[in-house]
Design a protein around this ligand. Sequence first.
Ligand code: AMP
Length: 282
Amino acid sequence: MRVITTISDLKAAIKAEKSQQKTIGFVPTMGYLHEGHKALLKKAREENQVVVLSIFVNPLQFGPNEDLESYPRDFEQDQKVAQEEGVDIIFHPSVTEMYPNELSVTMKVKKRTDVLCGESRPGHFDGVATVVSKLFHLVQPDKAYFGKKDAQQLAVIEGLVNDFNFPLQIVPVDTVREHDGLAKSSRNVYLSEKERAEAPALYRSLLDAVNRIKAGEVNPERIVQVISDRIQTETSGQIDYVSILTYPDLEKVEVVQGNFIMALAVKFSKARLIDNVILVEE
Ligand code: AMP
């Protein structure tokens, strides 16, 4: 496994792999790797000859009052995980390596961003689309792996790849959860003991809603209400949003049917958690 920190070294390494016609699987992350990231890496390892992992906490996707400074980092541990998962190249650039000058062009995501996290995090998905575009150009992967945990991000990236004809395939990966259902997240370490005990209610409330839908409930407002009530009763967190939208277009639904997503974000004292369930018609 090679650790690469400069764009020039990465370009040389990718060129060498490409010259041998090797397929490249790419897993972009912000590090502090957990089982969720590992699931992406495992899939990438199975499906490609070369696996590239990027670890970069991208300032462009953090708002002024967000947790850029305090975002958890542990590069030593991440290297161990990467080694265990059979990663070939870790790309771990500094902020100045990625953005030596103020960018003259950035991405502006126009669809799928005025809802869910996009609503409370203006500019977030522009920052994601900008860094992902740069990384796709540098790594030139055949396949890139993204978690369904960040379903809106996945929808935005799919839009980006389609609109700009990136020659690669996006592979969605199911959300990996703790034994009690809480979606694995680097930010879970910032939950107090009490909040950690409450947090599984987020997923439980989504599963409860799935059961109601399966039993015939089609009114999105009523379902949102049931989810919200449960979170308010069972946690000390503050609801940022609970929404039911079409997937992947993320448009409003009048009647719950077809392909849709139920998604939520809840703020605890030091961590904002997101989770979702995507239901696809068979
Ligand atoms: P992050 O480091 O949080 O930016 O995440 C990097 C990638 O890992 C993204 O594609 C995430 O969707 C994915 N990911 C994060 N948490 C999970 C999880 N619990 N299950 C599956 N994928 C995840």
